[in-house]
Design a protein around this ligand. Structure first.
Ligand SMILES: N[C@@H](CCC(=O)N[C@@H](CS)C(=O)NCC(=O)O)C(=O)O
Length: 216
C-alpha cells in the first residue's frame, strides 16, 4: 500500500486529492511541520520536503510532479491523465512540470524570502517579485484554459486540475485575488471543491472555504 506523508495545507494536498479521486488504497500519515523537518524524514525525502509517497517495496517517490506522474501512469484505468506515450500525455507532462517548476517555488518565496535572505526587508521585496511572477505565470494558464479548456488537459478533468487548485489556494497576494483575476482558474477551483470524493480531504486540509489558507 502507498504511504502518503502529509502535512495539512502543504504540497501533499495535490497527492492526497489525487489518491482520493483514484480510490486506490493508501495509508495517510499526518505529520507536523516539526516531524517533516526532523533528520529522520530525510531518509524518505532527501531535502525534507513534503510531499513524499512511500512505495510498497520501501522506496519513496518525492517531488510533487514525479509523484503525480507516477500515480497517474500506474493507474491509467482511473483516467486522470492522458494515456502514457500519446501526444496528449506529452503535453500533460509539460503543464504538470510548468506548474511544479515555475509556480510552486514562488510560493516558497512567500515565506521569509524562501531561504534566500536573512533580512526582513529583502524578504519583503522577494515576496513582491514572487507575487508579480505568480500573476504572470497563472495568467499564462488562464490564457491556455480559455483557448484549450475547459480543463487543464483539454476536454477531460485530470490530475492537473487538482494541482492547479492547490496553487490557487496558495495564490499570492491571496487566493481571493487569483479567483478574481482569473475566471477560468476560479471555475476549475469551484469544480474541484465540488468533487464529492474530495470533500473530506479538502476539509482535512482546512481549505474548503476560498481564502482559508494563510501564509502566516
Ligand atoms: N519541488 C518540491 C517542493 C516541495 C516543497 O517546497 N514543500 C514544502 C511544503 S509546501 C516543504 O516541504 N517545506 C519544508 C519546510 O517548510 O520545512 C515539490 O514539488 O514537491
Amino acid at each position: 500500500m502507498y504511504k502518503l506523508y502529509n502535512v495539512p495545507g502543504w504540497g501533499s494536498m495535490c497527492v492526497h486529492f489525487l489518491l482520493e479521486e483514484m480510490d486506490v488504497p493508501y495509508q495517510n500519515i499526518w505529520m507536523t511541520p516539526e516531524q517533516a523537518r526532523a533528520a529522520e524524514f530525510r531518509d524518505i525525502s532527501p531535502l525534507g520536503l513534503i510531499p513524499a509517497l512511500g512505495l510498497v517495496d520501501g522506496q519513496a517517490v518525492f517531488e510533487s510532479a514525479a509523484i503525480i506522474e507516477f500515480l497517474t501512469a500506474s493507474h491509467q484505468d482511473k483516467g486522470l491523465a492522458p494515456p502514457v506515450g500519446t501526444p496528449d500525455h506529452g503535453v500533460y507532462l509539460a503543464w504538470l512540470n510548468y506548474m511544479s517548476t515555475n509556480i510552486y517555488p514562488l510560493t516558497n518565496f512567500g515565506y521569509n524570502g524562501g531561504g534566500f535572505t536573512d533580512t526582513p526587508e529583502q524578504a519583503a521585496s522577494i515576496r513582491l517579485k514572487a507575487e508579480q511572477l505568480m500573476e504572470a505565470r497563472l495568467g499564462l494558464l488562464e490564457t491556455k484554459l480559455k483557448s484549450d479548456g475547459p480543463f487543464m488537459a483539454g476536454s477531460s478533468y485530470s490530475a492537473l486540475d487538482m494541482y492547479l487548485f492547490m496553487l490557487a489556494i496558495w495564490g499570492m497576494p491571496s487566493e481571493a485575488q487569483v479567483l478574481e483575476n482569473f475566471p477560468s482558474i476560479a471555475r476549475i477551483c469551484a469544480e474541484v471543491r465540488a468533487r464529492p470524493k474530495l470533500k473530506a480531504a479538502i476539509e482535512a486540509h482546512g481549505v474548503m472555504l476560498p481564502g482559508s489558507y494563510s501564509y502566516d
